[in-house]
Design a protein around this ligand. Structure first.
Ligand code: AMP
Length: 211
């Protein structure tokens, strides 16, 4: 089974993807996580991607498409966490899946309003080691400033400042909205209300996804 999760930054895609991963034994592929890891390790991809990411811009399609298709090839069921993020990526994915005789079974958008996104992201803190994310206000770690999973010091992502959040939201509007139209009539497109409690959102997702 292959699931694509869509939604603005901060909509809760990462949190829900981790829950879905556990529930259905799928692999979670988030280009943002893969890129942050590449930046940390200073690989060639990381060095090329860093500038785009720091400004909240999309990393060029050639880099992303190649990186993601290689990863998808080696999985047996995947949760894609905003790849594709624009029409060119969506077309490349459709073509590729057709070639390997697979398809997207569900495309689900997690819907959250802009003022709520800004509130969530400006108080988000993440673990640089395992990627687990917390919120200072409504989902704090057990010990302030430290990851519950591995005790690592939490960080405020460089692109989670108010100015960059606004530019990321604009990028989402410009590039990702059109792909919602691309999938809307595919028969596998759904939306869930991402402003509910995260376990309620998960229940809503499970009621859509049939194994
Ligand atoms: P995220 O963790 O999803 O908020 O992504 C962080 C950053 O990684 C984005 O602001 C982009 O610079 C880059 N990125 C993530 N996914 C993609 C994608 N599908 N296409 C291009 N750039 C991406």
């Amino acid at each position: 089974m292959n699931i694509l999760l869509l939604g603005a930054p901060g909509a809760g895609k990462g949190t829900q993807a981790k829950l879905l991963q556990k529930e259905y034994g799928l692999q979670h592929l988030a280009p943002g996580d893969i890129l942050r890891d590449a930046v940390k390790k200073e690989t060639e991809l990381g060095l090329q991607a860093k500038n785009f990411m720091d400004k909240g811009n999309l990393v060029p399609d050639e880099l992303i498409i190649d990186m993601m298709l290689k990863k998808i090839e080696s999985t047996d069921g995947v949760i894609l966490d905003v790849f594709p993020r624009n029409i060119k990526q969506a077309q490349a994915l459709t073509e590729y899946l057709k070639k390997i005789d697979k398809k997207l079974n569900y495309v689900i958008k997690i819907v959250v309003k802009e003022n709520e996104i800004i509130r969530r992201l400006s108080s988000r803190r993440v673990c640089p080691l395992c990627g687990h994310s917390y919120n200072k206000v409504f989902n704090p770690p057990k010990v302030e400033g430290l990851c519950d999973v591995d005790g690592e010091k939490l960080i405020h992502r460089k692109d989670d400042t108010e100015e960059t959040i606004k530019s990321r939201l604009q990028v989402f509007e410009d590039h990702t909205r059109p792909i919602i139209d691309y999938y809307k009539d595919s028969g596998v497109y759904f939306e869930v209300d991402g402003e509910k409690d995260f376990m309620e959102v998960f229940e809503d997702l499970k009621s859509i996804v049939i194994e």
